[in-house]
Design a binder for this molecule. Structure first.
Ligand SMILES: [Zn+2]
Length: 89
């Protein structure tokens, strides 16, 4: 259980909410944490996991992208249009 919780924390880090203005999709396939995080999703009690995901503000789309494609969202901190510092984060 402790290991599951630990992995969920890593999973949460990989799928955390990021700035909507400057977010980009990147692949976590090469990240060794991805394998563990994915395993933790698989082994976690489905109802408890659903609650965790909702509580953490992770969308179903983010979860599916992560599980199926190892896609994670990260904020660049730069405005995608101007290239200047992102005004929202
Ligand atoms: Zn931003």
């Amino acid at each position: 259980m402790l290991v599951g919780t630990f992995n969920l924390v890593m999973a949460e880090r990989l799928t955390r909410k990021v700035c909507s203005n400057c977010k980009t999709q990147t692949s976590a396939k090469e990240n060794p944490k991805y394998k563990f995080a994915k395993e933790s999703f698989r082994n976690f009690d489905k109802d408890a996991l659903k609650k965790e995901i909702l509580n953490r503000g992770i969308t179903q789309q983010q979860r599916d992208d992560f599980i199926n494609n190892a896609m994670v969202y990260t904020g660049t901190g730069k405005d995608p249009i101007s290239g200047e510092k992102c005004p929202l984060c």
